[in-house]
Design a protein around this ligand. Structure first.
Ligand SMILES: [Zn+2]
Length: 375
């Protein structure tokens, strides 16, 4: 591959906010922007700017938490809500994702959509402001900086069994998120940490609806899935990654939507190394890119899920991924170790590389430097 043709996506936000003193009490810190308590703080903007200074080309809106009340009538959801301490508004068969509650964002059904939209608009504004300041501070940096609008899972992350079987149930909420991001003119739509094909199809159908009924032009869409750390050829729903991606690529073609990248994120770097060849093979010969961004925490998501409940609806943990102690610093993968993974992904055909949970600007700085010299 040619030098410097990898697009560098930014790294994580939550861990970095925590490092900078925003809430260390176990709350979901990525909600800092959304929480009024921090709305006058420039900390989110500063983190975006640090990622830009580290060499990132794309920064992602800090709106992962901005999801409106999610309606469902699936009975199994109540049991898992209790497990995960979600609030269930039983009469209305609605649920508020735990991350909204932890950020102090739980709201009534009536204004939840407006609330989610406001949070997204604020997050896009912060990202745009960071790019403007970066361009002012570093006029010599000629690489174009872009804003990716985050399109998150609607229910609890990783638990595909919480996602209703009917894709139609997901569409109203995704339409709120996507319409708002489109009105804010984001440069890229980044659907991330998806654990089932249903979420992906709901996003495609929502976009199709918006495209047909509105005047919005649809920017490039990137879709990224979270895979089992110990079985990376499968999503956390156990669906095979290759079949899921084949199916969404087909649907995007049928619906004439600009799906420009498929990828894996929010899994261990070693799991991602095993998953990306599957995607590279799938998109070979097309103009579809592969994206990859991994978690840097020592504890894997599969291990964390295991601690919640042995009977949770996810795969049984297998600790067959070797962890080398010297690669970790304060329970987080070192920048050098992470950039080695990034180079491996680039060799495997990945052309969009970032960082997920636990990654920091220093990780992305190492990645940007390593990939600049990569050839
Ligand atoms: Zn992650």
């Amino acid at each position: 591959m040619e030098k410097g043709n990898v697009i560098i996506l930014d790294g994580g936000m939550g861990h970095e906010l925590k490092r900078r003193g925003i809430s260390d009490d176990g709350t979901f810190v990525a909600g800092a922007l959304a929480n009024e308590k921090y709305s006058t703080s420039d900390i989110v903007e500063n983190i975006h700017m640090d990622y830009l200074a580290a060499g990132c080309d794309v920064i992602t809106t800090n709106s992962f938490v901005a999801v409106s009340i999610f309606k469902t009538s699936t009975s199994s959801i109540d049991a898992l809500n209790m497990l995960l301490n979600c609030i269930t508004l039983r009469n209305e068969k609605s649920q508020v994702p735990r991350r909204m509650i932890e950020c102090g964002l739980a709201t009534t059904d009536a204004d939840s959509k407006q609330r989610a939209s406001q949070l997204i608009i604020a997050a896009v504004a912060r990202a745009r402001a960071a790019i403007a300041k970066h361009n002012e501070n570093f006029p010599e940096d000629k690489r174009k900086k872009l804003v990716a609008g985050c399109v998150p899972p609607l229910t609890e992350c990783y638990f595909s069994c919480k996602v209703p079987l009917s894709v139609d149930c997901l569409i109203p909420e995704y339409r709120v998120i996507l319409s708002t991001l489109l009105e804010c003119n984001v440069d890229i739509l980044l659907a991330e940490t998806l654990s089932t094909t249903r979420e992906a199809h709901a996003i495609l159908r929502s976009l199709h609806y918006i495209h047909q009924t509105g005047k919005n032009c649809i920017p490039p869409l990137w879709m990224s899935f979270t895979v089992h750390d110990d079985q990376p050829s499968k999503l956390r729903s156990d669906e095979p990654l290759d079949l899921v991606c084949q199916s969404i690529l087909h649907e995007a073609t049928v619906l004439n939507l600009p799906l420009k990248a498929v990828g894996v994120n929010c899994s261990t770097p070693s799991a991602i190394s095993q998953a990306v060849p599957i995607l590279s093979k799938l998109v070979e010969g097309s103009d579809i890119k592969v994206c990859a961004y991994g978690n840097c925490f020592k504890t894997t998501t599969s291990e964390w899920i295991k601690t919640l409940n042995d009977n949770a609806c996810t795969a049984v943990l297998r600790t067959d991924v070797e962890i080398c102690a010297k690669d970790y610093d304060e329970e987080v993968l070192t920048s050098d170790a992470y950039s080695n993974f990034a180079c491996e992904w680039a060799r495997l055909g990945v052309s969009i590389i970032g960082g997920c949970c636990g990654s920091r600007p220093r990780h992305m700085s190492s990645v940007a430097t390593a990939l600049k010299d990569f050839g």
